[in-house]
Design a binder for this molecule. Sequence first.
Ligand code: HEM
Length: 434
Amino acid sequence: MITTLLLWIVLAASIHYVFLHYVKYGKVNQIPGPMALPLFGNVLSIMGTTHDIWMYIRKMSQEHFPIYSIWTLTYPFLNIVHPNDIETLIGNPKFTYKGLQYQFMLPWLGSGLLTSYGAMWQTRRKMLTPAFHFNVLQQFVEILIEQGEGFVQTLKNEKGPVVKDLWQLMSEHTLNIICETAMGVSLKDKEKEFQLKYRSAVSQMAQFPIYRVTKPWYGFDTTFNHSPAGWKHNKLLKILHGFTSKIINERKQYHKQTNYRYITGFDDKPYKMENDIEDGGRKKRLAMLDLLIAAHRNNQIDDVGIRDEVETFMFKGHDTTAMCFCYTLMLLAEHPEIQDRVRAEVKVVMEQNGGKWNISAVQQLSYLERCIKESLRLYPVVSAIEIHSIGRIRMISIRIGFYLKIPLDDILILTYLSALVQEIALGKSSLCWN
Ligand code: HEM
């Protein structure tokens, strides 16, 4: 009885395998990759920690450069590793559909720019782009400098030369910056504990997409929501939404108290300097959240839409930059001779500007800028993006003629933005700072 049952299972698994690999996704089979097991695909190789997954993906990228396929249970991912292919892909407006991992961020980021696509993405992008006009960014440099000085002071206050958790210190300041610039709300008078909880919730929440993709049984909301991981996810969600709601309500309250006079007609030209508000001697700038509140008054976005964008920008705006600066500082610590050159440049620019920082002084720090870019190359803080190819696409890789005309429907495409890619493709070392 048991033997018959087992035979049926083996037969069913084999038919399923043949159907997937030779009929439904037959074209993907022509693309190299690690051997996929029936039913499981490659999922057993990507079940470890985030670090294990990263190392596995790097190994596969090296072995199968510039393109390979990998299966999670019954679904293929196509991994694009060559920078030129990545460029072709992300430069094509056909590929604005977001991959599977982004779906797992929907409870958190909803229709925000990172997770939305198609018409919704275009509308929101058009709505928000003016908030990032150079004139607007220029006005915020004062806040950046203030936070930079605060960070330096915090470092000086640390006892001894070693900072236990640089990311904690860094992200405190980058969160302050995004709140004060894009949201117009200062965190100075907010409880530290509340901010700490928010930042910790962000870094934990950001792990879930990869967790759910690599454990496909958690891909279903029903199984996930009834698991310990799902309970944790929902708890974190409450913390995140609680924090952003507080920020939004405070700004809304401000505009209500000022009778909305600062955001009347604001949606047309938000980057005009006259939108600055004098507030107790210090200029308060109108920014992204104000644009959203103005759009809300014109019925162009609802409350949930505002929350989604605020969640997206708070997350993308503080976590990425904190991580990037941590890596840059780490590399500068490892390379004292480069650190000396950066210090010398900063010293010269400071002297030229009478010890004061402003936008043009910051723009003169060209060597430091190169160092930041190089650290992004070696340690890209967003190391992969995932695109959902909808409809027939022609294979993107021009280097590998064989795959040139493979039509792919409904495939997830992962692209890697890592230093390893450049090491293989451009001959630039992934180990050396240059
Ligand atoms: C070192 C700093 C940063 C890096 C390396 C970085 C990198 C990236 C990358 C690679 C994407 C594409 C992600 C994807 O499609 O999955 C992205 C998207 C995005 N980033 Fe950043 N980012 C940085 C800083 C910021 C900051 C400071 C903000 C906000 C002020 C921000 C807001 C966004 C938003 C809203 C999106 C989605 C855009 C869209 O799809 O239209 N990022 N970022």
